[in-house]
Design a protein around this ligand. Structure first.
Ligand SMILES: Nc1ncnc2c1ncn2[C@@H]1O[C@H](COP(=O)(O)OP(=O)(O)O)[C@@H](O)[C@H]1O
Ligand SMILES: [Mg+2]
Length: 340
């Protein structure tokens, strides 16, 4: 299948805006990802012009931790955005396949996300829909943020939003409380979502879950209940990034990373305990320790018994002490009297 100068190779997935394909730019002979917009979106001319505007802003962002936007185009009545192809899959895929990541790996990915996000925030672009599915890995394994700045388009037109997705800006599990309250979004919403992603990297489970969208929404307003197995030093840092009001939240994404790095320098023992000693390992350690205690107790019992019954048993020393006496004073019943 062809789309303008692009050869469509395969479908990569479907999202709020439409279908994403892996494609080859025939002119430049390079792989790209093409997001073809839903027909119901392109039927709205105001949406199209706003989308084009946002695509232009996204295309001006140039950072190694952002997925590059190359073009916004139309061919055969299809409107599509052309991006760099990320061959390493998404963070969502990674967590589904590998489960929880080590603290080192999670921190490394977080640092890469933070670099891209800080750059976007400096250029006054807010993501608003940060989630593991929007963190993609390039072929070198570097994390890059996808869909930068595009989420607000679905938000600003509620009818489009309703028809295009579930009617929400962003994805319920990662939406900051103020967004639910319809307050203007600031960079703080991205910090909140990033903290949700961080916890999810360590647990492979979304921090805020529920059976329904209202159920999940409620969780964002209830008292925060972080999983127990987070490194204790990280907890207050994550709690601050997940503050319910933007004013109390960590001020910048760099501050979040710097605070984690700071705690990271010290808590080796605590970290090792939480990171490496899983429940299984802890049980094994207890079992070995229990075994050792048992061996020591048995040894004490055996030695103690030896001490108690010792005088009744023939030992070398008393025998040796008696021997010369018997030899020197032979009795009648001595079968081998010593000759004098
Ligand atoms: N630039 C890209 N390179 C490779 N895969 C991509 C790219 N952009 C999106 N995808 C994949 O396409 C799927 C749909 O993406 P998207 O429409 O952005 O969904 P969502 O609305 O959930 O973010 C996702 O599974 C994502 O992994
Ligand atoms: Mg996406």
């Amino acid at each position: 299948m062809e789309l303008g100068k692009f050869e469509i190779l395969e479908e990569l997935g479907r999202g709020s805006y439409g279908i994403v394909y892996k494609a080859r730019d025939k002119a430049l002979n390079r792989l790209v990802a093409i997001k073809v917009l839903h027909t119901n979106l392109v039927n709205d001319p105001s949406f199209l012009s706003r989308f084009k505007q946002e695509a232009q802003i996204a295309a001006r962002l140039n950072h190694p931790n952002l997925v590059p936007v190359y073009d916004f185009n139309e061919a055969d009545g299809n409107y599509f955005i052309v991006m760099g192809y990320m061959g390493g899959g998404s963070l969502k895929d990674l967590l589904n396949q590998q489960g929880p990541l080590s603290y080192e790996r999670a921190l490394k990915i977080l640092e890469q996300i933070a670099e891209g996000l800080a750059y976007a925030h400096q250029h006054e672009v807010i993501h608003r829909d940060l989630k593991p599915a929007n963190i993609l890995f390039d072929e070198t394994g570097k994390a890059r943020i996808c869909d930068m700045g595009l989420a607000k388009l679905l938000h600003s037109d509620s009818t489009t939003s309703m028809s295009a997705s579930s009617g929400l800006v962003g994805t319920p599990a990662y939406i900051a409380p103020e967004v639910w309250e319809d307050s203007p979004a600031t960079a703080a919403v991205d910090i909140y979502s990033t903290a949700c992603i961080l916890v999810e990297m360590l647990t492979a489970t979304p921090l805020f879950q529920g059976d329904s969208t209202p159920g999940i929404m409620l969780k964002h307003f209830q008292q925060l209940n972080l999983p127990n197995n987070l490194p204790a030093g990280w907890k207050p840092v994550i709690e601050k990034a997940l503050a319910k009001t933007p004013g109390e939240r960590t001020k910048s994404i760099q501050e979040l990373v710097a605070s984690l790095r700071k705690v990271e320098k010290n808590p080796i023992r605590e970290k090792v305990f939480h990171d490496e000693v899983t429940n299984k390992k802890r049980s094994a350690v207890l079992l070995v320790m229990g075994g050792l205690v048992l061996v020591v107790l048995l040894a004490i019992m055996v030695l103690g018994r030896g001490a108690l019954i010792g005088p009744g048993l023939p030992t070398v020393e008393p025998q040796a002490a008696l021997e010369p006496k018997h030899r020197n004073q032979p009795t009648d019943c001595d079968p081998n009297p010593t000759p004098h």
